[in-house]
Design a protein around this ligand. Sequence first.
Ligand code: ARG
Length: 467
Amino acid sequence: MAEGNQDNKSSNQMWGGRFASGPAAIMEEINASIGFDKKLYAQDIRGSIAHATMLAQKGIISAEDKDKIVHGLNTIRGEIESGQFQFSRKLEDIHMNIEARLAELIGPAAGRLHTARSRNDQVALDFRLWVKEELQKTESLLSDLIKAFLDRAEDHADTVMPGFTHLQTAQPVTFGHHCMAYVEMFGRDRQRVRHAIEHLDECPIGSAALAGTGYPIDRHMTAEALGFREPTRNSIDTVSDRDFALEFLSIAAISATHLSRLAEEIVIWSTPQFGFIRLSDAFSTGSSIMPQKKNPDAAELVRAKTGRINGSLIALLTVMKGLPLAYSKDMQEDKEQVFDAAESLELALAAMTGMIRDLTVRADRMKAAAGSGFSTATDLADWLVREAGLPFRDAHHVTGRAVALAEQKGCDLAELSLEDLQAIHESITADIYNVLTVEASVASRKSYGGTAPAQVRRQIAWWRARN
Ligand code: ARG
């Protein structure tokens, strides 16, 4: 008991050492979101203006009060944008900071703004508006990247390079075809973004705390004023739902994964050993000790951003997974994850677009590599099937012997003599040399979606019509 009394006298002796003041200060620190949710100021003001306008139209507040509110909110926007606004942590979040300043500016009319709403539907609205704008930005950044790839693909529809599986030389492809693979990937990301915009295009405001409101509000009016397709249909779901944030983060994670694979290829291709590309000075750095080095830092950082973005997705999924309906304060932790991922993704997309636009393609190096590693072995097997009528499995075996012979002689398949080839299979004729070159190999892959230059040009045209 005596010990207990002592504890009471100095309440934060056990755990308060790191804090200058008592529990109230710690509460303020854990509770406040103004440090990061000030980013939502423009959405908060837009939402409040739409809400106040609707309240006046429905006769819930007077037109004079509405005018004062709108004028005051516009003043506050100016104060924030010119850096004059004093944000206060005591006022917790952006919603209360703005409302308190409104009261200072216009007096009691400010108190009427919060009629028929709660911070729960207010934050759901502000955050949705923010994520919607971010998705629109992402869509346009993805379009820029797709455009950069289409331009490179067009220039290099005929440029041969080795295609890889297991990062081992597989079959010759064109660099244009490889570029178009990324167009498909980023095109899918862009579709996902468009779908996410459709999914979130419902307006939360008017759901109030969780149950709706008794005031005769018009939620269709606010939805329309704020550019949403329609109001949300269930007030409980509306204040509990952060799917739009999770969807943004999943899309960001998938897109970042694509960027990371591309970054990895850029890192590999720009090594002296591969030498397929040369990065522009603008997107690489030198070494402070090794004068010969040119490092692909931008690509490496794009690759690394993926870690942060994936982390944000996992963080928010984990925050949400145990929450009962409806709003819980846990959900305040949604914003930093989304803001951080959005910033990282924007930067990664812009850096990648710059790198793709600026890099030099070393077609000679690509071509030399395309011909090494017996990359036309499949073409030899296909010739045996087509011209000599062998079953593919037998053709595969015959080709394997040709590869072994070339390896033993230290030459390429196309450098084996006709006698050598005929000793392996008597049906081989001089026509075989027409398929053993890398150009013949890529030109022969005319199947829809294949690497033949004509097919690549066809796919470029398909995307041009959609970009
Ligand atoms: N700052 C809060 C958040 O970001 C706003 C909503 C607070 N609502 C409440 N009932 N405390 O989630």
